[in-house]
Design a binder for this molecule. Structure first.
Ligand code: MF3
Ligand code: CO
Length: 256
């Protein structure tokens, strides 16, 4: 599939999708507390998504049974919400959410600490977010896709972390997953040339330990093989002729 270039109208719709998704993440972050179940997070997320006339894009996607992916501690991504999984003080929890607004998708993920978390966990969450912002320094017309990948990967590795290789970022638009695939590590090629109007979901998944992962028997949950903590940070990004526009992150500038 070719990489789609969005029209002004499509960008308008994706901007609205991103704005709503940002609100979904803010509402989820506010609600997080020890004692709540990962299913409580999913229920709230779905309610907020639907309250903005959006559809939760993950629900039933390839059979995924929920609206929000909730991945705790050594779970990397695609954790399935459950009433029996209770968040504890000191956990870190990655929330991945996707919305469809008038046929257009936005996809974003954040990792949060529950109450007080260890210094190691705080550092992992901070560096994972910074990986994203390192990557998007290269996200502009005329640069090459894998410049983003290399920037993310080298920043994580400089901090001694493992970069998940089995899952990638992706193009996004009228489908959740469009071309191109966006690895979070250095490639031997530069990849496609970036053009204004491309929309990309850039999503570093970073482990304190090794990059290696396993899939649990539920066929969804991805966990670190060495059970080290993992963090995830993702936004939907519009390529322009100058600076990239973050469609799912419009609030405070990151203090890096
Ligand atoms: N943000 C995830 C991704 O980009 C989407 C979760 S997959 C689903 O791949 F199946 F849970 F929807
Ligand atoms: Co994604």
């Amino acid at each position: 599939m070719p990489i789609t270039i969005k029209s002004a109208r499509e960008i308008e719709l994706m901007t609205e999708a991103g704005r709503i998704l940002e609100i979904v993440h803010e509402e989820l972050e506010k609600a997080l507390q020890p004692g709540m179940s990962t299913l409580d997070i999913d229920r709230l997320g779905e309610e907020v998504i639907r309250s903005y006339d959006c559809i939760p894009s993950f629900l039933n996607y390839n059979g995924y049974p929920a609206s929000i992916c909730v991945s705790v501690n050594d779970e990397v991504v695609h954790g399935i919400p459950s009433k029996d999984r209770i968040l504890q003080e000191g956990d870190i929890v990655s929330l991945d959410a996707g919305v469809i607004y008038k046929g257009y998708h936005s996809d974003a993920a954040r990792t949060h600490g529950i109450g007080e978390v260890s210094k190691e966990a705080q550092q992992l969450m901070k560096i994972t977010k910074e990986c994203f912002f390192e990557g998007i320094k290269y996200a502009k017309e005329g640069n090459y896709l894998f410049d983003i990948s290399a920037a993310i990967g080298s920043y994580a590795e400089a901090h001694g972390y493992g970069v998940v290789r089995d899952l990638c970022g992706h193009g996004i638009g009228t489908a959740l997953h469009e071309a191109p695939e966006i690895p979070n590590y250095k490639m031997n090629r530069r990849g496609v040339k970036l053009k204004a109007g491309m929309t990309l979901a850039i999503e570093p998944m970073i482990n304190i330990g090794s990059w290696e992962v396993n899939w649990l028997d539920d066929e969804w949950t991805v966990v670190t093989r060495d059970h080290s903590l993992s963090a995830h940070y993702e936004n939907t990004v519009l390529i322009t002729e100058s600076e990239p526009r973050l469609l799912s992150f419009t609030r405070e500038l990151p203090s890096l």
